[in-house]
Design a protein around this ligand. Structure first.
Ligand code: SAH
Ligand code: SF4
Ligand code: F3S
Length: 438
């Protein structure tokens, strides 16, 4: 039997797409290889969000070429956003790539792998939902649930709209049917996915319209689903009905990833984020009013073109004012074809790096403080199995999405109540009080 190996880069959308890719390859009779070295088919599901992502991938492709020189039967397959961005050049620049498909054409993967010549590639035409393909889930108690694909925003730094296409919402009936069947399969936690997940439904025909808030309530009503999270919401679509649905739905976790990007209203405007500092802070206030314990995480970009020391200080000020639980921090990376890549006033690398360091210190300090505040509290933890270093310790996630380490160990998929005893900026640690009554 030929064996495949999938290497996934990028966001959760790609992780989910990789489950579909694995499902399709297995449906076609391939088995999974434990690592790249033992695979007959190497699949790279790629990301192109920042330059670093591209560089890493190109290195992987050169390694694959080395292997292919020794083993001409090896098939090299490239899927995802980088493949889409390179659609014109990929087979010329990387002639050892056998097949490539963009994120909207995962269902064409099998054809591309069998074809030769021109038809090795399938790009554009974002008309099929990967969600409708077979899938192979990593964990039996957690699942992704795709609500939409693509993005209609025009953030001036971002390449996603050009590689993932316009936003399309899945029909609510299909989404809810998949959620129900996952629950029947034993899934307890769902991660609702969309590039701009909380604008879900706007593009549906009026007769079928379902808002994101209604979808949250619909999934919450499904028996067996005890945890709902979603990625990634846009602050502009975080309206009152969504906040109310979050607060009133028991299964929706007290956690939100709310990308800030910058704390400077001037920079936010140039980013085309459509909110300013005041609106963001007001939103945080409304969220905390409705859900006092909510854990907030965010994305921040430093060194966007034209960012002055004062703009960066505004970002630090907003960060301090909100006191996020954690953040992904990025150095601005110009992407070909995006509006901001053409701005004249690019920030020097040294300044970007220096700002990133200062920001990371603030992020770490708040992460440590937010976690320390949980000492003495009891947190509901969904076990994901043994910790990496000690089989007597289990690892899992709190509803606030913190990594929890606890004893005594509990089987993966079980929910326990853990009294938190000590914390770091990365983890909380404690002892199981009692299992949750079923
Ligand atoms: N759709 C999501 C996530 C997009 S990509 C959202 O809007 O939140 C994830 C993060 O990468 C973004 O939130 C942003 O912080 C960062 N990012 C996107 N483009 C970037 C670029 N050109 N340079 C640096 N960071 C970028
Ligand atoms: Fe990119 Fe903005 Fe769309 Fe997010 S909302 S994917 S940052 S364009
Ligand atoms: Fe990367 Fe594509 Fe996701 S560019 S961040 S894998 S949408």
């Amino acid at each position: 039997m030929r064996r495949y190996h999938v290497t996934t880069f990028g966001c959760q959308m790609n992780v989910h797409d990789s489950e579909r890719i694995k499902g399709m390859l297995e449906a076609a009779g391939l088995g999974e290889a434990p690592d790249r070295d033992e695979a007959d088919v190497l699949v790279f599901n790629t990301c192109t969000i920042r330059e670093k992502a591209d560089d890493r991938l190109v290195q992987h492709l050169h390694d694959a070429r080395g292997r292919k020189d020794r083993d001409p039967d090896l098939q090299v397959v490239v899927a995802g956003c980088w493949a889409e961005s390179q659609r014109e050049a990929i087979f010329k620049d990387f002639p050892w790539v056998d097949a490539a498909v963009g994120p909207g054409r995962i269902s064409s993967l099998g054809d591309a792998m069998r074809a030769d010549g021109e038809r090795r590639g399938a790009f554009g035409s974002f008309d099929d939902f990967a969600a409708d393909l077979p899938q192979r889930r990593e964990r039996n108690f957690q699942a992704w649930l795709q609500l939409s694909m693509g993005c209609n925003s025009v953030c001036s730094y971002c390449i996603v709209p050009s590689v993932r296409g316009r936003e399309r919402s899945r029909h609510p009936r299909e989404v809810l049917a998949e959620a129900r069947s996952l629950a029947v399969d034993g899934v307890v936690e769902l991660m609702l996915l969309g590039q701009n997940v909380n604008s879900y439904g706007r593009d549906l025909p009026p007769a079928e319209r379902c808002t994101f808030a209604e979808m949250l309530r619909g999934v919450d009503a499904i028996d067996g689903i005890s945890r709902i999270r979603f990625m990634s919401p846009h602050p502009k679509d975080m309206r009152g009905d969504v906040i109310a649905a979050m607060a009133e739905s028991d299964a929706v976790c007290e956690q939100l990833h709310l990308p800030l990007q910058s704390g400077s209203s001037r920079i936010l405007k140039r980013m085309r984020r459509t909110y300013d500092q005041g609106r963001y802070l007001d939103l945080v206030g409304r969220l905390r009013h409705a859900m006092p314990d909510i854990a907030l995480t965010t994305d921040v970009i430093v060194g966007f073109p034209g960012e002055t020391e004062q703009d960066f200080q505004d970002t630090l000020d907003v960060y301090e004012a909100v006191g996020f639980d954690h953040a992904f921090t990025f150095i601005y990376s110009p992407r070909n074809g995006t509006e901001a890549a053409g701005f004249e006033d690019q920030v020097p690398d040294a300044v970007k790096h220096e700002r990133l360091e200062r920001l990371v210190d603030v992020v770490q300090r708040h992460a440590a403080a937010r976690n320390a505040a949980l000492v003495g509290t009891v947190q509901e933890v969904l076990s994901e199995g043994p910790s990496r270093t000690d089989p007597h310790v289990s690892r899992g996630k709190t509803r606030g999405n913190k990594t929890a380490l606890f004893t005594p160990a509990a089987a993966a998929g079980t929910t326990v109540q853990v009294r938190i005893e000590e914390t770091t900026s990365q983890t909380v640690r404690g002892t199981v009080e009692s299992p949750v009554p079923a």
